[in-house]
Design a protein around this ligand. Sequence first.
Ligand code: FAD
Length: 409
Amino acid sequence: MNVQETRLRNPVASDATGGLALDRRSLFEERGAVVAATAAADADEVDLQARFPKAAIDAARAQQLLGMQIPVAFGGLGATIHDVTEICYTLGRACASTAMIFAMHQTKVACLVRHGAGSHWHEVLMRRVAAEQLLLASSTTEGQNGGNIRASAAAVEQSDGEISLLRNATVISYGAEADGIVTIARRTGDAAASDQVLLAVTKDNYTLGRIQGWETLGMRGTCSAGFELKIRGPAAMIFPEAYDRIHVQTMTPVAHLCWSSAWAGIAAAAVERAQRFIRKAARGAGGQMPPGAAHFTAARMSLAKLRAMIAANLDLYAAHEYDERALASLDFQSSINLLKVEASELAVQTAMNAMRACGLAGYRNDGEFSVGRHLRDALSSPLMINNDRILANIAAASLMSGVPATLRD
Ligand SMILES: Cc1cc2nc3c(=O)[nH]c(=O)nc-3n(C[C@H](O)[C@H](O)[C@H](O)COP(=O)(O)OP(=O)(O)OC[C@H]3O[C@@H](n4cnc5c(N)ncnc54)[C@H](O)[C@@H]3O)c2cc1C
């Protein structure tokens, strides 16, 4: 354990002038940068071969980042949502698949930390995530139900003091590489589709039978294949709280914040390439701006909007993180759902503007100005829990919520 980490885990040793916050920030920045360097070196090959970014995830393990959110009392680094999303952004700039894997894992860990405290099974798992740097995957998509997370088909069965669950899990990112899965199911065989529970299971309690591959346009390194997921084990794997509360308080906000940050990272990487292209073109023309410069300005503008939107929602979530009523409010839920919709559209728009700024050099799959991978990766974002579905779901709630009377709340 280095000096910084010792201070982080022992806040009493820190000074009273914000030293701990600075320590935390620089510790995570340094570690995020190490993982990003590994991810960047591998990004093109991960994309080309549609393979899991093993080197980057191993680096995240070595930097103790898979357990960064686990409270210090359970052996983790007690990271905040700001710390986590900053790393999602840093990784997004390097390799979109690595960033998305990291974002999904952190969302599952957030559910474990917030809703597992007080439950022996989940507390043991928290300690294991920190000590063994376990990678947790997510299984919410089921059959042809798309992104309709608040309705499950498969139900938990009870027999001989054990529970079992059989899920047609059509998409599980890095399912084959994960050490554990967090999944949803109907509470019992006669429960309604929306009466759901959340389960956290480790490898010794499930098997995966592959039913579908992952040959896609982008996000190829997430290896989001389809599986028949069979779970058997103690009932304690089920979180004590009902899923509807976990969904509203943690799953949705943390997923949308982490995903958006990863997408913003992809957009930033595309902008960076466009900037290099425009600079080179301007230098080659004696300082004369190339005609595509306006597209670069537009890319910068949409990236600025994207970052501002994420920052505002991050602060909003952090301010109400332990206020169940505020998190469940129409205003917060609309904001956090619209963040996902807007961030995904802005990420695509930014990458598209960057491509147009670079012209053919951006469209090419080779060369230092290619933004093809970024655009393909960003295109997954409006589909990942489809924006149309989200907008349709919140239409009625938006009608009920008043128009703001002031610029700032
Ligand atoms: C990169 C990536 C990684 C993923 N990883 C995981 C994972 O780890 N675990 C997991 O469980 N899932 C994962 N998913 C799946 C994801 O969460 C969604 O479930 C999935 O993308 C939705 O699939 P769909 O487009 O077929 O379904 P749908 O959401 O049903 O959408 C299909 C079509 O129907 C339209 N549509 C649907 N509902 C409405 C509506 N109410 N109003 C209007 N139009 C509507 C949509 O616009 C779309 O055209 C991942 C997806 C991606 C892209």
